[in-house]
Write a protein that binds this ligand. Structure first.
Ligand code: CP
Ligand code: NVA
Length: 308
């Protein structure tokens, strides 16, 4: 069994195999009648715990549906309603859950919680977002980019806005999948220097460019995310909006990239804030393919974790 904790700690060849497997799962579901044994029954007799310490729509539904499509069952648990939220240690929670379920997906706060859970669990643990990373999202994003435009290797990805958890996983992916990443945003919200260092150490060109119009020149993909993440203090909302407003993804910014550049956003999006509706609903946007691909990518991740 293997944990799926982060992109930079997972072997690059194995990440590529997961993407290829996800692609074949998607094709096979599209192309064959429901109920075919290969994909459909891989998790038969298995139970997967889905723990949420933060809200979720896509992660919750895509994992739940993915497990069911593979013949397994889920337990969806809210962190606040578990003893985890009332003083039981992460390590003890990991030991107990491992006696009952076959795999654990957790959305939590600091990445140290995820790592403690994985250290003490005897079943695979999957990262469903922490304050620091969101690897499942980026697996779906790679799958989506490649479905539309072919290999992401050597492409120029621009991250506009907050250098947050999703941005960090994009930087890890730049190192693992061989693309370049330009970050454009305010200095106060620069991405995690360790993630930048990882990408550079693994051959990716990472550029920090404060001018958004210059940043997107020759871009193949423009990505943004909310200006206020779930772990950010609401009291910082106005200050963050003021800093981030120049980095909104709008028609003018998209027009400064390559004509066939794609737009991505992990969602939920705030229309009129980090991105305009005209971009979200425009011809370059692949945001709903991204959302759907969470399902296919995570089915491949879960099978990899269990060696199936
Ligand atoms: N993109 C994503 O993880 O969405 P949710 O917060 O709805 O799960
Ligand atoms: N950066 C966002 C992503 C939500 C899927 C957050 O952490 O709230």
């Amino acid at each position: 069994m293997k944990h799926f904790l982060d992109l930079h700690t997972t072997d690059a060849d194995e990440l590529r195999q997961i993407i290829e497997h996800a692609r074949s799962i998607k094709v096979s579901r599209d192309g064959r009648p429901k109920g075919m044994p290969d994909d459909e029954q891989a998790l038969a007799g298995r139970i997967v715990a889905l723990i949420f310490e933060k809200p979720s729509t896509r992660t919750r539904v895509s994992f739940d549906v993915g497990v069911r499509q593979m013949g397994g069952q889920t337990l969806v648990l809210s962190g606040q309603e578990m003893q985890l939220g009332h003083g039981e240690t992460i390590a003890d929670t990991a030991r107990v859950l491992s006696r009952f379920v076959d795999m654990i997906m957790i959305r939590t706060f600091d990445e140290s919680i995820l790592h403690e859970l994985a250290e003490h669990a005897t079943v695979p643990v999957i990262n469903g977002l922490t304050d620091n990373s969101h690897p499942c999202q980026i697996m779906a994003d790679i799958l989506t980019y490649e479905e539309h435009r072919g290999s992401i290797k050597g492409r120029k990805v621009v991250w506009a806005g907050d250098g947050n958890n999703v941005c960090a996983s994009f930087l890890h992916a730049a190192g693992q999948f061989g693309f370049d990443l330009t970050f454009t945003g305010p200095m106060q919200l620069d991405p995690d220097p360790k993630a930048v260092g990882f990408a550079r150490d693994h051959g990716a060109t990472v550029i920090i460019e404060r001018d958004p119009m210059r940043a997107v020149e020759d871009a193949d993909l423009i990505v943004t995310d909310t200006w206020v993440s779930m772990h950010d203090a609401q009291s910082a909302r106005e200050r963050r909006h003021n800093m981030l407003r120049p980095y909104q993804v709008n028609d003018a910014l998209m027009a400064a990239a390559k004509p066939d550049a794609l737009f991505m956003h992990c969602l939920p999006a705030h229309r009129g804030e980090e991105v305009t509706s005209s971009v979200m609903d425009g011809p370059q946007s692949v945001i709903f393919d991204e959302a759907e691909n969470r399902l296919h990518a995570q089915k491949a991740v879960m099978r990899w974790c269990l060696g199936l």
